[in-house]
Design a protein around this ligand. Structure first.
Ligand code: PMP
Length: 349
C-alpha cells in the first residue's frame, strides 16, 4: 500500500556551519531564556517517570493565555502531529476536503496517507485566498476545509472577519485554520472558537517562540472536536510530549514579553527586507509571516537560489507550476538580511 505515497520533503537542515539559513522559517533568535532555564531545571531524576499523558498543566497554561478553558486545548509533538491527527480524526468526509492549490505541502501528503479525497481551490491572481471560493456553490460544498493563515509559502493573510465568513458559511464542515505564522502580524481565529463548534485553530511553538527543536504544537477548539483528536492520539502515541518539552513549553507561553519583543523585531526586519528586495527589482507579496515570497521579473528563481547557495545563503525554491519563479526567504536577523541583499546585488549586477 504505502509504496504509492509521495512523502513531504522537509526544508533542508544543512550540516555545514556558517551558512545564512533562510530556508525553513525558524526564528533567528533563541527561545525565551525562561524556557531554557525551565528545560534545564526539568532535567532531573523525575525523567525516570512517564510524563502526564494528558499534559494538563500545559493545557491549563495555554488555556489561560488564550482565554479558553483547558478542555478546549489539545497538544501534540509539533503542529505537524496535531495536523496529522486532525486529518485522521476530523477531516475525512464523503465530500472532499478543500484547501488552497498553493499552501502547506504537507496537506496533500496527509490526504494520501489517510485516503482522504481533496479538492484544491486555486488562489486568486494576486495569490490571495478569496473567502467566497470556500462557500458552497457551483463546485458543491466542502466536506471539510483546511487553510494556513497566513498562507504558506505566500505569506498573505486573511482577516478574522474573512476567516469567520468561511467558518460561518460551512456549518456542516470542520474548518481547520493552521496558524503556524500568525504571531508575525495576522489576526488569530482563536476568539471565534467559543461561537463556532466547527472551528479548530492549530498553532505551534516552532516559529514565533523559537522552539522548532522542542516539537510542541497545539489545537484550540470545542471539546467535541478535541475528543476526535484524543481518540487518534491515544491509539497512536499516548505520550506525545516528554517532561522537558512540557516544562519548556509552559515557560515559553508564560513569557509574553519575550514573544512580543521578538515578533516586533522580526516584523521590523521584514519591512526592511521587503524594501531592500523591491529596490533590487523584486516583486514581493505582502507578508504577515516571518518569511517573504518574492520574484524577479528578469531572473530565473532556481538560478538565483543556486547563486545564493554558492555564497553560503540558503533560501527555499519550489519547482511547482505557478510559483516556480518565486523564492521564499525567511526573515533572518538584520545582519543576515543585509548579507542576502548584498549577495543579490552582486548576482544581479
Ligand atoms: N503549518 C505550516 C503552514 C508550516 O509551514 C509548518 C512548518 N513547516 C507547520 C505547520 C509545522 O510546524 P511544526 O510541526 O514545527 O509545529
Amino acid at each position: 500500500m504505502v509504496h504509492g505515497l509521495s512523502p513531504y520533503v522537509p526544508g533542508e537542515q544543512p550540516k555545514l556551519q556558517n551558512l545564512v539559513k533562510l530556508n525553513t522559517n525558524e526564528l533567528p533568535y533563541g527561545p525565551s531564556p525562561r524556557a531554557i532555564a525551565a528545560i534545564q531545571a526539568a532535567a532531573d531524576d523525575s525523567l525516570r517517570l512517564y510524563p502526564d499523558p494528558g499534559a494538563s498543566a500545559l493545557r491549563e497554561t495555554l488555556g489561560r493565555h488564550y482565554g479558553v478553558p483547558a478542555d478546549h486545548v489539545f497538544v501534540g509533538n509539533g503542529s505537524d502531529e496535531v495536523l496529522a491527527h486532525a486529518f485522521m480524526g476530523l477531516l475525512r468526509h464523503e465530500r472532499p476536503l478543500w484547501f488552497p492549490d498553493i499552501s502547506y505541502s504537507f496537506y496533500p501528503v496527509y490526504c494520501g496517507l489517510y485516503g482522504i479525497t481533496s479538492r484544491s481551490v486555486p488562489l486568486a491572481d494576486d495569490f490571495s485566498i478569496d473567502p467566497a471560493d470556500y462557500l458552497p456553490g457551483e463546485a458543491g460544498s466542502a466536506g471539510a476545509i483546511i487553510l494556513p493563515n497566513p498562507n504558506a509559502p505566500t505569506g498573505r493573510a486573511l482577516t478574522r472577519a474573512e476567516v469567520e465568513r468561511i467558518v460561518a458559511g460551512n456549518p456542516d464542515a470542520v474548518v481547520v485554520i493552521d496558524e503556524a505564522y500568525v504571531d508575525f502580524g495576522a489576526e488569530s481565529a482563536v476568539p471565534l472558537v467559543a461561537q463556532y463548534p466547527n472551528l479548530l485553530v492549530v498553532q505551534t511553538l516552532s516559529k514565533s517562540r523559537g522552539l522548532a527543536g522542542l516539537r510542541v504544537g497545539y489545537a484550540i477548539g470545542q471539546p467535541a472536536l478535541l475528543e476526535a483528536l484524543d481518540r487518534v492520539k491515544n491509539s497512536f502515541n499516548s505520550y506525545p510530549l516528554d517532561r522537558l518539552a512540557l516544562a519548556g513549553a509552559m515557560a515559553a507561553i508564560e513569557d509574553t514579553d519575550y514573544l512580543a519583543r521578538t515578533c516586533q523585531t522580526v516584523i521590523d526586519s521584514r519591512e526592511t527586507l521587503v524594501a531592500g528586495l523591491r529596490q533590487a527589482g523584486f516583486e514581493v507579496l505582502p507578508s504577515a509571516a516571518n518569511f517573504v515570497f518574492a520574484r524577479h521579473p528578469g531572473r530565473d528563481a532556481a538560478a538565483l537560489s543556486a547563486a545564493l547557495r554558492e555564497r553560503g545563503i540558503i533560501v527555499r525554491h519550489f519547482s511547482r507550476p505557478r510559483i516556480d519563479q518565486f523564492l521564499r526567504i525567511t526573515v533572518g536577523t538584520d545582519a543576515e538580511c543585509r548579507t542576502l541583499l548584498d549577495a543579490l546585488a552582486q548576482i544581479l549586477s
